[in-house]
Write a protein that binds this ligand. Structure first.
Ligand SMILES: Cc1cc2nc3c(=O)[nH]c(=O)nc-3n(C[C@H](O)[C@H](O)[C@H](O)COP(=O)(O)OP(=O)(O)OC[C@H]3O[C@@H](n4cnc5c(N)ncnc54)[C@H](O)[C@@H]3O)c2cc1C
Length: 392
């Protein structure tokens, strides 16, 4: 897989088909190696599409199982469930998102020296500088490179972790409040308290096939960061019941596969798409990430218009209520926006929120660490993927 597929469901499904033969043992053996731009074959590079749900987690796991069966595809399936785990963990602890925003705002108000040079790829650490440029030019980094980048940012360059997380949110095409915030916390040693991820020169040389060797340049014995114990998990609010009658379907960047939503008794009279990518950071979003989100929305609106046979178009957030009234919609329904900037933006509209079975079954199990969550994966897969098409 050499580059990110265009922002459409059709392109995502074509990539899924092309990558499915590699979701088994080849994935397990190759997923940690980053041979660099243009040479990657062992990871799907589908995260921007999954993040917007142009393809769903269920699409990915179903493809892996049908090609390889659940055992040979175990590693790939687990990685998809990492996403569901992170989403559930943050959904039950929204205060961690609030804490990130506070730390980010404080760092943005007084950015430390060295931060601009790091972003320009001028630290003198060749691997870090290459990843900084790749992030800004392409909007994507390999998972292992993200781990090394975050670790070097925090422990070698001694820059604030929340500023690094903000840089990722502004530039990544797959920018996701849960996966990003919690992965940065994990690298720092705050997520699994006291256990940090330390980037080592030998590991970087090995897993980049010798492209980089930062021997002598990295802080390899740092102390973890600490921000105290994680808050306890709160119960998830239940999804809303949608009464019979006319409704406006409100689409947003967290869920762009309206065809597979369970809309209950609602009669959709129009579809509106709101753009929220500019809210990822107080200092804006990179043009490439905005363009990907906008392309994904256009694709979803075209599919929604065909599927529901109603008008579907982009509408500014402040005009949504008037748009709903103009189409005679008695209420606004929307796929659940998980904790993050889109949920923050939609909250004042008080839409009825639909939650997929996938999220309702996975999220409450994110009470402890991933290893406890992992025990549930076979049963979750059975219920959500193998037991027919009813699960969404
Ligand atoms: C510091 C840091 C920040 C990150 N920020 C984000 C982010 O903002 N958005 C994001 O989607 N992922 C994030 N990740 C997770 C991971 O790096 C990407 O999801 C992964 O690189 C995507 O590549 P892929 O599509 O080729 O994945 P594949 O290996 O092909 O995996 C298939 C899918 O599983 C999911 N997935 C795989 N690995 C992970 C993981 N470790 N965590 C969560 N989901 C995973 C993704 O949806 C991915 O598309 C971050 C990781 C780190 C270490």
């Amino acid at each position: 897989m050499t580059e990110i597929a265009p922002p459409s469901r059709a392109a995502a499904l074509a990539r899924l088909d092309a990558f499915a033969p590699r979701m088994g043992r080849a994935y397990e053996a190759g997923r940690n190696h980053d041979p660099g731009p243009g040479a990657r074959r062992d990871v799907s590079m589908l995260s921007p599409h999954v993040r917007h749900r142009l393809v769903t987690e269920r699409d990915l796991v179903a493809a892996a199982i049908s090609q390889h069966g659940p055992r040979a595809a175990e590693k790939f399936i687990q990685e998809v469930f990492w996403r569901s785990y992170w989403k559930g963990w943050l959904e039950m602890r929204p205060v961690v998102w609030d804490r990130f925003r506070a730390a980010r705002d404080a760092a943005l108000a007084a950015p430390p020296p060295g931060h601009e040079a790091a972003l320009r790829g001028e630290t003198g650490i060749a691997c870090f500088d290459a990843w900084a440029r790749e992030l800004i030019e392409t909007g994507w980094l390999h998972n292992h490179a993200r781990m090394w980048f975050a670790s070097i940012w925090i422990f070698t360059l001694r820059l604030p972790w929340a500023l690094g997380a903000d840089v990722f949110l502004r530039h990544l095409l797959d920018a996701d409040a849960a996966s990003n915030t919690l992965s940065w916390r994990w690298v720092a040693g705050m997520q699994t308290r006291g256990k940090h991820y330390v980037a080592r020169a030998e590991n970087i040389a090995r897993f980049t096939g010798g492209r980089f060797d930062p021997r002598g340049q990295l802080e390899e014995d740092p102390a973890p960061l600490d921000d105290g114990p994680a808050p306890p998990a709160a119960a998830l609010p239940p999804p809303d019941r949608v009464p019979e009658g006319s409704a406006l379907l409100l689409l947003h960047e967290d869920d762009l596969h309206p065809e597979s939503l369970d809309l209950g008794a609602a009669r959709i009279v129009a579809v509106a798409g709101v753009a929220t990518a500019d809210r990822r950071s107080p200092v804006g979003v990179a043009p490439g990430a905005r363009a990907f989100a906008e392309g994904a929305m256009e694709d979803a609106l075209a599919r929604a218009a065909a599927h529901f046979g109603v008008p579907a178009r982009r509408v500014a957030l402040e005009d949504i209520a008037a748009f709903a009234a103009a189409h005679g919609a008695a209420r606004i329904v929307t796929p659940w926006a998980p904790v993050g900037w889109t949920a923050d933006a939609l909250a004042p509209l008080k839409p009825l929120r639909l939650r997929r079975d996938w999220d309702s079954l996975c999220w409450p199990r994110a009470t402890k660490g991933f290893f406890a969550f992992r025990e549930h994966i076979p049963a979750l897969t059975e219920a959500l993927v193998m037991r027919g098409a009813a699960a969404r």
